[in-house]
Design a protein around this ligand. Sequence first.
Ligand code: PLP
Length: 388
Amino acid sequence: MSTYDNRVYLDHSATTPVDPRVLKAMLPYWSEVFGNTESSHYFGQEAAGALERARQTAADVLGCRLSEIVFTGSGTEADNLSLRGAAWAARSAGRGKHIITTPVEHHAVGRTTDQLRDRFGFSLTRVPVDRHGLVDPQVISEAIGTETILVSVVMGNNEIGTVQPMVQIGRICRERGVLFHTDAVQVPGKFPLKVDEMNVDMMALSAHKFYGPKGSGLLYVRRDKRLEPVMTGGEHERGHRPGTVNVAGAVGLATALRLAEDERREEYLRLHSLRDTLIEGILELVPDSRLTGHPKLRLPHHASFAFLGVEGESIVQGLDLEGIAASSGAACLEGEAESSFVLKAIGLPAEWGMGSVRLTLGRSNTEGDVARTLDVLPSIVARLRART
Ligand SMILES: Cc1ncc(COP(=O)(O)O)c(C=O)c1O
């Protein structure tokens, strides 16, 4: 059983604790090596050296060049800088104004593309997904027209865990001369992230999802792709992200990314097996329960469910009282539980969609944690159902 005062943490898609090895790597960069990377003196150059070593580590993991890495303040920021930057650059160059995305994106992409449509005159196509939340690359291909400049597809869905056919989508975009962006925030440590093999042009990551610090993100931008700066200021991060660089954050992200990649194969198998035990157990022990997202093409640590006729948030509260931390995908509007936009997009009926619960495993979890969850969840759901 994991420690955490005997509590079980099953919300690793929300955030993860900083790995002690990452913390150790970051520590010198708060008060010992504290210079501003833009300063030409010793202190500045010492910090700049650490930043470039972190960049090299990240570039090695992603299989890209140093100059293609931009350190940002979060995954959200990386999505914003790339989508807006690419759209604005296309507009300035007099290219097309059409963007293609999906209805199951994180708000960092969904609301950014909404704003590009509503405030900046871009046209937006949200290609449909199937009942598992999967995008058909052929449908993307058919949606691409002469005006299309950009396609954005989330690689691993945060809510339902579905993993998209990135290589095929990327290949289509490459052949048609359209930029391909992915939000891969949920993916490090789960699947390889070699940008050339994935055919991506821009990719967003966030350190706190893979045992790195919060407030530290990464944007990969392919070398020949121009982004218009979204924030204006100094020349930090080659002008893509002005503002004094968070060196400790960048070192933490790079160290965490390296560790996540080095331990990925072993951890994939371990989490996959725990996840399948959890999924099979819940579907067997809780009547009127369904898995949401794809049964096979999903993140190895991710189990998400819908329970008929109960509110997901009430289940989450019941689990919390039992010392188990989970999350519910449902949006709560004025006290009324409602299906999230993702569950609506996969066509889940509302009476199921309001009862969504996400359990996401991580390094701290053991078979004992899964057994404890399977022990308490069926009676929590039964009790809630008896009340209604
Ligand atoms: C798929 C996805 N994209 C983007 C984000 C935002 O990342 P950050 O918290 O670093 O802004 C998240 C966080 O939940 C996410 O799951």
